[in-house]
Design a protein around this ligand. Sequence first.
Ligand SMILES: [Mn+2]
Length: 290
Amino acid sequence: MNVSVSHGLQPRYRAVFISDTHLGTRGCRSDFLADFLRRMSCDRLFLVGDIIDGWRLRKSWYWDANHDEVLRLILHHARSGAEVTYIPGNHDEMFRAWLPVGLEVGGIRLRKDAVHVAADGRRLLVMHGDEFDSVVRYAKFIALLGDGAYVSALVVNRWFNVVRRRLGYPYWSLSAWLKRQVKEAVKAIGRFEAALANEARRRGFDGVVCGHIHHAEMREVNGMLYMNDGDWVESCTALVEHHDGRFELVDWAAINRLSFLAPKLEHASSTGAKASVVNGPQLGREPASV
Ligand SMILES: [Mn+2]
């Protein structure tokens, strides 16, 4: 029997899928993620890519006690008997070089993609999804802009056009431009979902679990079950499978009423390490380059 990481009352899942945690960046909500990892237990844990952000690490490094804690908890899950599979994404593609070796570290298996057989027998293809970037092309983060950002953009647009008028330029509508961008981004997400569903069908699966576009979703796409586990930067979502075969998207920030605007939770990790930042300036929550 597995030793549970959680403290008793929490659910034990058949499988848990997380991706796009972007550890090593300031944007990663490692505090919320550590909280989730601490309070859940599962038989299978799938890390569906962009877990450690190697792109950013080359330019700058952000690491604090919560990032340590996330790694510690993942290893703890592996040691406690969970089958942990790490599927590198495009931000942690440095691990892809190790795929031919069949690397296994601390009980974590490295795989290009994986198969998950659900409790009801459905076979799911698990992959990050950046292989289908060609169909996305667009800055997805625009689709994720909330109403607040949209409203402040309109205020900026007003002043922008006051300046344009003074300089003798005609009016330019940011609002119309934004609406066009959002429409394109939504279409791009649709293309991504269709591409992943088609890949699952082509390879004889019943559905697909992926990440990459930071857009949690669970629906049927062209007769295939399409499930995207979201991210831990713009939102904090995980895909879980209950023992009865029911899949659920867990919005950890929402159900725990965690605020993205509040300062990061100081985790009392045993090391008590302070946040470390080296090399170059840090922006706040940067828009996602998925
Ligand atoms: Mn990605």
